[in-house]
Design a protein around this ligand. Structure first.
Ligand code: AMP
Length: 174
């Protein structure tokens, strides 16, 4: 199955979660066994030669393929979550959203300096959430940080927010 065929399975939901937003719904991809398997294969192919030791998934849609990718790469999985959800000591990072601020957290013992990390989320819009996640992971000084999305809304130019030289990949572009 090609990436174009997978792209055609993504469902547009208009005015969700608020008026004017076209929400890219990937549940229509995940629910089909062949799509899920092929998506997993395409993602794994991108990183299998990179020596990844940790996949960091962003709550909550980044947990789905993030955990599958970690398993495929024989790496560990680390969650980044909304405030108050992680039980042990955390680092936090706040960032600006369109309306107000948001915060994300990671466990303080989640990553070591020997790790090679890929950060994963389902979709790149403005990039604000992933940049905050990148800053969180930078605190651990891992050997390298890759950034990965399943889909990217190219017209929002979110990838320009990341520091030059950072490897940012998205499989499917809209
Ligand atoms: P951003 O920080 O603007 O890049 O937003 C990224 C986060 O919001 C991701 O976790 C996405 O799941 C979600 N998101 C933002 N816009 C959309 C959209 N149009 N369709 C689906 N998810 C979206």
């Amino acid at each position: 199955m090609t990436l174009d065929e997978i792209k055609n399975k993504v469902r547009d939901v208009y005015d969700f979660p608020q008026k004017g937003i076209v929400f890219k719904d990937l549940t229509t991809v995940f629910k089909e066994p062949e799509c899920l398997r092929e998506l997993s294969k395409h993602l794994t192919d991108l990183y299998k030669e990179k020596g990844i030791t940790k996949v960091v998934g962003i709550e909550s849609r980044g947990f789905i393929m993030g955990a599958i990718l970690a398993n495929q790469l024989e790496a560990g999985f680390v969650p980044i979550r909304k405030p108050g959800k992680l039980p042990a000591d955390t680092w936090s990072e706040s960032y600006d959203k369109e309306y107000g601020k948001d915060t994300i957290e990671i466990h303080k013992d989640a990553i070591q300096s020997e790790d090679i990390v890929v950060l994963h989320d389902d979709l790149l819009a403005t990039g604000g959430t992933m940049l905050a996640a990148y800053h969180l992971v930078e605190r651990f000084h891992p050997r390298k940080i890759y950034i990965n999305f399943i889909t990217e809304l190219e017209f929002l130019k979110g990838r320009e927010i990341f520091p030059p030289g950072v490897d940012v990949e998205a499989l499917i572009k809209f």
